[in-house]
Design a protein around this ligand. Structure first.
Ligand SMILES: Cc1ncc(C[n+]2csc(CCOP(=O)(O)OP(=O)(O)O)c2C)c(N)n1
Ligand SMILES: [Mg+2]
Length: 891
């Protein structure tokens, strides 16, 4: 073989490459891009068949997905839109600067919106559809961009200067603006909260799916509404942000659009200093099946790319890491020329006609309206898959020395006079030098070109966004019939509260008005709760229907998927299920449909695992029922430390609008759910319910007369002492599956220890606590007026004897009401890590069975001097309790 010198080899390579490229160009010119793509596919196949190992890449080059040639012109007036955008920028920055001038430390963010202004303004002027036409979009705004959204609402005349002046001063007498999107605080404005990062994108995914669900089930006419989720590139590190992205691709949710503001920075510094976040996200989303649109370069780059026949520029673009790109953003044009272009004389040559200043001003895609417009247009028109737009921007764009592209920029809330003046000049804001120091807000007059333009655009697009409105009517009163059966008890038959709930639910499903509004949500747990009968009764929702023959087709309760199925079988994702719960529980506002979600799950994986989403549900004014199944640390046998929940009611107490119950009996559940529907869907209170249900089967008694009010308020006397005048008296509290233990204790105390006790069912410590607290607060603020008396005090102030409480939850719950009782309470509860064992062993371990209730009662009586200490001591022995056993709270 002839020896080839290295230089010759390189030349040969170059010639060969050129020949191939020329052939490709020929095919492109004669046959077009589709033919080229086919040819490349065939080549790849051929090479693979012949043993060539091709490297895998999910990436396309570091270029705009939509090339300049494929771009359409933007409708409207770019010039007016630019002026509007500048005013929004100014007012957004001014509101943060002013807030911090007036009140140092009040916070706020300038840089996030500064980088995202074009992304939002193109949306506001051309895409975001208001709800006035009944077919609106749902938009999840990036939380830290809120100042920009307020600034626009100001220009639209929806809010005035005093609102802007009171940004982050909500407690101001005239009202203010909440720091971030919070429907709880601004219920006419914000639709969904987003500032706990990662939750917005997740909720958006399930919102998009729920929107389809409503259409497929005929609860809402087919619509063209889109779900937009704006998020930060740093935010994409949150597991929730990307954790569910395969779902919308699988479900072909082309109503979903993510816009990731890739300013390459997060709070502390670069998102991927040593890599490229846009490429990383592209690969993840493409791999998941999304339509990915990269918007990296602004229009000034188009002519240069057109000249880039050898791909030198594209190659250079692709090899720079984000940390370095950030450096270019803060440096001069001369620096960029030297360091970016200067690596190759041919590159330098490409830009020799540009001045340093022109080089510096070459925009990025996310700041160029025409690029953003084209991306949005392609996104809303795309069929069959969700779209993600990866838009490159500069954090703090336009802030110059005040923070553009700097690592400190996220926290920047102040601008000095020089910086304000420079910002004003750059964006052409009509504020004079004399006024600049006070950063005055600026709104053009109502008949100005700008105001008329933006109002006309919003009108054409169906009204203002964001805008939250309740778009449904209250439900008519619910007939009592489905609930009444449960008041009668089960005539000796045993049942668990889970079984009771499932039976009630299937009755409600048959109700002609209510039935279709119910949305059952399960994270792969229906069989755990004995709900599989519902698979067949109402079907599992699947947009595609059922494309296979289920293995259990020949059984009565087969696994039925249907496009009008009612159950949302979410698979193993409590976070996803909760997002569906929020979508279904806010549909009364967002979609004008009063859907009633029932989300049933393993109670340990609720508040403990997805507490922040539950918080977002409260903020969103979600209505519906959460059911913590297999509840109770000692009631759930076998499972052990991870599954046994003794905490959730303590967590629930801290969620202001969560009404939580730990019911023991069938009629309690019926009363609570019936009243919950009334409060949420007829009286329209912004509350949501949490009920724990267990899997222990026991007798379901008849509902005691007059107990309804107490069940709802949290406490009622289930069974009175048989000898109220006895010397030894006690008041025993029980909740959930522990109530039968307390009843048993009552019987033994009576028959063997001469103690006559009343038994109370405590359905909700949190409701009792809130009521007590509210009375106490009122009394504090109204000295000298007749004090209010907590409900628990009203019930128990005359009660005789000692107080003992037992539940399957931590002791802090009964302790929370202790001070409103006439005498101190002994709390028994399940503090500590769970164990796998049977119920008897678990209740012994956690000291919550009837024996401990007896011992606690006797000990309290002895302490009060009513009983000889020896009786209590003997009882410990007789009942087989080991007084030296380890403390379960920490063993
Ligand atoms: C769950 C959560 N963790 C932390 C924060 C605090 N935080 C607010 S903004 C931010 C950085 C955001 O960076 P990025 O997502 O890139 O948005 P950008 O402002 O750059 O557009 C952080 C850490 C938060 N709001 N939520
Ligand atoms: Mg960022």
């Amino acid at each position: 073989m002839r020896h080839i010198a290295p230089k010759d080899a390189a030349e040969l390579d170059a010639v060969e490459t050129r020949e191939w490229l020329e052939s490709l160009d020929y095919v492109l010119q004669t046959g077009g891009p589709v033919k080229v793509a086919r040819l490349l596919r065939d080549l790849t196949l051929h090479a693979t068949e012949n043993g060539v190992k091709l490297p895998f890449t999910a990436n396309t080059p570091y270029l705009n997905t939509i090339s300049a040639d494929d771009q359409v012109l933007m409708p409207g007036s770019p010039d007016v839109e630019r002026r509007i955008k500048s005013l929004v920028r100014w007012n957004a920055a001014a509101m943060v600067v002013k807030a911090n001038k007036a009140d140092e430390g009040i916070g706020g963010h300038i840089s996030t919106f500064a980088s995202a202004a074009t992304l939002y303004e193109v949306g506001f002027n051309h895409f975001f559809r208001g709800h006035d036409g009944g077919d609106g979009d749902v938009i999840y705004f990036q939380g830290h961009a809120a100042p920009g959204v307020y600034a626009r609402a100001f220009l639209e005349g929806r809010i005035d200067e005093s609102h802007l002046a009171n940004f982050r001063r909500e407690l101001n007498a005239g009202g203010g603006l909440s720091s971030y999107p919070h429907p709880w605080l601004m219920p006419d404005f914000w639709e969904y909260p987003t500032v706990s990062m990662g939750l917005g994108p997740l909720m958006a995914i399930y919102q998009a799916r729920f929107s389809r669900y409503l259409e497929d089930r005929g609860l809402k006419p087919k619509s063209n509404g889109k779900i937009w989720s704006f998020l930060g590139d740093g935010e994409s590190d949150e597991p929730e942000a990307l954790g569910a992205i395969t779902l919308p691709a699988r479900e072909k949710l082309d109503n979903l659009i993510f816009v990731v503001n890739c300013n390459l920075q997060r709070l502390d510094g670069p998102v991927r200093g040593n890599g490229q976040i846009i490429q990383e996200l592209e690969a993840a989303f493409r791999g998941a099946g999304w339509n990915v649109i990269k918007v990296i370069w602004g229009r000034e780059w188009d002519p240069l790319l057109a000249k880039d026949r050898d791909g030198l520029l594209v190659k250079r673009m692709g090899e720079i890491v984000d940390g370095q790109y950030q450096k270019y953003a803060v440096e001069s044009g001369a620096y960029v020329r030297e360091h970016f272009w200067g690596v190759d004389p041919r590159l330098l040559d490409m830009v020799k006609h540009l001045s340093d200043d022109q080089l510096k001003k070459m925009t990025l895609g996310g700041h160029d309206p025409i690029k953003v417009y084209n991306a949005y247009k392609a996104a809303v028109e795309h069929k069959g898959a969700p779209t993600v737009i990866l838009a490159r921007t500069i954090k703090g764009y336009g802030l110059g020395e005040a923070g553009e592209g700097k690592n400190i920029t996220h926290q920047q809330k102040k601008m000095n006079e020089d910086e304000l003046r420079a910002f004003r000049t750059r964006f052409g804001i009509p504020v004079s030098d004399a006024d600049i120091a006070s950063a005055p807000f600026y709104r053009p007059t109502e008949d100005s070109v700008e105001t008329r333009y933006l109002l006309e655009r919003r009108q054409a697009l169906g009204g203002f966004v964001p805008s939250r409105k309740i778009r449904s009517e209250p439900l008519p009163p619910v007939p009592p019939e489905p609930f009444e059966e449960f008041h009668k008890g089960a005539e000796g038959r045993k049942a668990s509260t889970t079984m009771v709930f499932v039976r009630l639910l299937s009755k409600l499903l048959r109700d002609k008005d209510l039935g279709r509004l119910i949305v059952q949500i399960v994270p792969d747990e229906a069989r755990t709760f004995g709900m599989e009968a519902l698979f067949r009764q109402v079907g599992i929702y699947s947009h595609a229907g059922q494309l296979y023959e289920p293995v259990d087709m020949d059984t009565l309760l087969y696994y039925k998927e249907a496009s009008d199925g009612q159950i949302l079988e979410e698979g193993i994702t409590e976070a996803g299920s909760m997002s569906s719960f929020i979508a279904a529980g806010t549909a009364y506002a967002t979609h004008g449909v009063n859907t009633i979600p029932f989300f049933i799950y393993y109670s340990m994986f609720g508040f403990q695992r997805i507490g922040d989403l539950i918080w977002a549900a409260g903020d969103s004014r979600t209505r519906g029922f959460m059911l913590g199944g297999t509840a109770g640390r000692t009631t759930l046998a076998g499972e052990g430390l991870q599954h046994q929940d003794g905490n959730s009611h303590l967590f629930a107490m801290a969620y202001p609008n969560c009404v939580a119950y730990d019911p023991a009996f069938a009629y309690e559940i019926a009363v609570i759910i019936q009243d919950g529907i009334r409060r949420m869907y007829i009286d329209r209170e912004s509350v949501f319910y949490y009920l724990t249900v267990g899997n222990e089967q026991y007798a379901m008694p008849v509902m005691p007369d007059g107990s309804r009010e107490g069940i709802l308020k949290g406490l009622y006397r289930f069974r009175a002492a048989s000898r109220p005048d006895a010397l030894l008296r006690a008041q025993l509290f029980g909740s959930g599956a522990i109530l039968p233990e307390v009843i048993k204790a009552q019987e033994i105390l009576e028959s063997q220890y001469n103690v006559s006790a009343d038994v109370w069912s405590v359905t909700s410590y949190s409701e009792l606590y809130r009521d007590g607290n509210s009375c106490e607060r009122w009394n504090l603020l109204h000295p000298g007026q007749a004090p209010r008396e907590p409900y628990v005090t009203q019930c128990l102030k005359e009660a005789a004897g000692v107080f003992v409480a037992a539940s399957d939850y931590v002791k802090a719950l009964p302790d929370s009401i202790d001070r409103w009782l006439p005498r101190p309470l002994t709390a028994l509860g399940t503090d500590g890590f769970g164990r796998s064992d049977n119920r008897v062993a678990l209740r012994d371990f956690f000291e919550v069975d009837h024996r401990y209730v007896i011992v606690a009662t006797l000990a309290a009586l002895a302490r009060d001097g009513k009983l000889d200490l020896a009786v209590a001591r003997d009882a410990i022995k007789t009942l087989g309790i080991d007084p030296e056993k380890a403390n379960p709270a920490i063993s």
